[in-house]
Design a binder for this molecule. Structure first.
Ligand SMILES: NC(=O)c1ccc[n+]([C@@H]2O[C@H](COP(=O)([O-])OP(=O)(O)OC[C@H]3O[C@@H](n4cnc5c(N)ncnc54)[C@H](OP(=O)(O)O)[C@@H]3O)[C@@H](O)[C@H]2O)c1
Length: 248
């Protein structure tokens, strides 16, 4: 019988690659994001295994909408991949005075965008997660080395103990909970228009294999962590960054 995977951020970038990969191997996938048109396009690309629920996971109401869709569509689910997120630090309103007000805005926004979207999705779906289920959260290399403002890396780092506690809570049922922490991944909406050629060259230069990561790299790792054979790998933070964090 096909498994059902709920993938937040499933309309673009890493989440879309995860959904494509899981659907290609026979799973039904439910894509979650805020933009209905983006989700509809992604679901059409994936084909009949995909449905979508447009919802803002920063809110409890959004998580309830996802739970309703998943319950109606599948009854119970097997995989939660919480890829929704991003770096809100670059979106601080121009009219905020510099200093602590800007820092407060960035921290609050990043905690909502990266922590609460994952918490709402997982806690909302927990009641319908099957035994031997799989939970994959998405952190970042920034959780280990910072990213300029503190708030993005700090919000991602908060997911690490959350996964460990989920693993301890649900492990007796055969459910695993892990975190993937990617380095620089191209072909996503993550950087918007902010990436410069100079910064791209610098980020690729930090890797040992001399290339950027791709959404497919992260999707392959996610698919393995979500597979039945990965049942003894849990409470782990797994990095995929071409060696960038280790340095030369
Ligand atoms: N790209 C990288 O280099 C990189 C590196 C390390 C970690 N990551 C992490 O990888 C994950 C995937 O990012 P990506 O690189 O694939 O970037 P992306 O293309 O911008 O994907 C982020 C997704 O999250 C969704 N999303 C954002 N806020 C949401 C909300 N409140 N409710 C529901 N969905 C929401 C977005 O869709 P809507 O806008 O339609 O809601 C979008 O599909 C993120 O957690 C990111 O922090 C990325």
């Amino acid at each position: 019988m096909a498994r059902t995977a709920v993938v937040s951020g499933g309309g673009t970038g890493i989440g879309l690659a995860v959904a494509e990969r899981l659907a290609a191997q026979g799973d039904d996938v439910i894509l979650v994001g805020r933009r209905e048109s983006v989700l509809a396009e992604a679901a059409a690309k994936i084909g009949e295994r995909a449905t979508f629920a447009a919802a803002d996971l920063e809110t409890v109401e959004g998580a309830v909408q996802v739970l309703q869709h998943a319950s109606e569509r599948a009854g119970r689910i097997d995989v939660i991949a919480a890829a929704a997120g991003g770096n809100a630090a670059g979106k601080v309103p121009e009219d905020l005075p510099k200093g602590f007000e800007r820092a407060s805005w960035a921290w609050t926004a990043n905690l909502r965008l990266n922590v609460m979207t994952a918490v709402h999705l997982v806690e909302g779906l927990k009641p319908i997660l099957n035994d031997d289920g799989r939970i994959v959260l998405f952190s970042s290399i920034a959780a280990f080395r910072g990213s300029g403002s503190g708030s993005y890396g700090g919000s991602k780092a908060a997911l690490h103990p959350y996964a460990i506690d989920l693993s301890a809570e649900l492990g007796a049922r055969g459910i695993t909970a892990n975190v993937i922490a990617p380095g620089y991944i191209e072909d996503t909406e993550f950087f918007g228009t902010s990436m410069t050629e100079e910064r791209r060259t610098m980020l690729i230069g930090q890797t040992h294999n001399g290339r950027p990561g791709t959404p497919a790299d992260t999707a392959a790792l996610t698919a393995w962590l979500a597979s039945p054979e990965a049942g003894h790998v849990t409470a782990q933070i797994v990095q995929t960054n071409g060696g960038a964090l280790a340095g030369r």
